[in-house]
Design a protein around this ligand. Structure first.
Ligand code: HEM
Ligand code: HEM
Length: 182
């Protein structure tokens, strides 16, 4: 159950890729709901944006619990102390903002406008607060701009991982991919 040298545990890898798939789908659905009117005339895209994105609120609890018990593997020795610090802070930002603050702000937004969130279309999430129309524009502003900022952050994160693999040719991306047998 320990991280093999240079590798995340299998559970950490599953959680990373599952949440990455959910996150990217949620982003694309949120974008389509707002900007692609033809497909969202009946608000079904909004429904599925909320239904899928809200699973992150549950998965993040498992993920943080697992991460606290299983530290990340060491980064390659070729990385400068500055780059190590940058990687640590970048990951912290992904956890705190993309995986925590963003879904919580969506939850708060639906709560203050009194709209339901059906997790995976199966059960309703209780509202975070009572309805409060006056707060709605502020929460909407936060959710929208933080979603865009996180889109840029995640794009940068994915590109850096690919740079490590194809340009620096180090083990960073392999540490998050399924381990080779044998
Ligand atoms: C409980 C979780 C969430 C809820 C309840 C929620 C709710 C909403 C709602 C109601 C909208 C407006 C949709 C419309 O007007 O039809 C929206 C937009 C959006 N959401 Fe979320 N959201 C959640 C999580 C997320 C997450 C995790 C992401 C990122 C992966 C995200 C990204 C977006 C984006 C990109 C937009 C469009 C922003 C724009 O350009 O106006 N949301 N969200
Ligand atoms: C676009 C495809 C993605 C690729 C190629 C990718 C790749 C990676 C790699 C290689 C690592 C390990 C870095 C290291 O060892 O220092 C990592 C860590 C991480 N990734 Fe991604 N990732 C992707 C998408 C995402 C998404 C969408 C999110 C969440 C919004 C995310 C959140 C994280 C976090 C929080 C960590 C730190 C893990 C920890 O140390 O606990 N990633 N990712």
């Amino acid at each position: 159950m320990r991280n093999a040298p240079g590798h995340y545990t299998a559970t950490a890898k599953w959680l990373h890729w599952l949440m990455a798939a959910v996150w990217i789908s949620a982003w694309l659905l949120g974008f389509s709901a707002v900007h692609w009117h033809a497909v969202n005339a009946d608000h079904q895209v909004t429904f599925w944006h909320k239904a899928i994105a809200s699973t992150l609120l549950f998965l993040i609890v498992l993920r943080i619990g697992w991460r606290l018990a299983h530290p990340a593997p060491e980064l390659p020795a070729s990385l400068s102390p500055f780059m190590r610090r940058a990687a640590r802070h970048g990951h912290l930002l992904l956890y705190a903002v993309a995986l925590l603050a963003l879904p919580v702000s969506g939850w708060l937004w639906s709560s203050v406008v009194g709209r339901p969130i059906m997790v995976l279309g199966l059960f309703q999430l209780p509202p975070l607060t009572a309805e409060h129309g006056g707060m709605a524009p502020y929460v909407k502003f936060f959710h929208t701009y933080v979603a865009w900022a996180c889109g840029a952050l995640v794009l940068g994160h994915g590109l850096i991982a690919l740079k490590h693999h194809f340009i620096d040719r180090d083990e960073v991306l392999k540490g998050m991919l399924p381990a080779r047998r044998g």
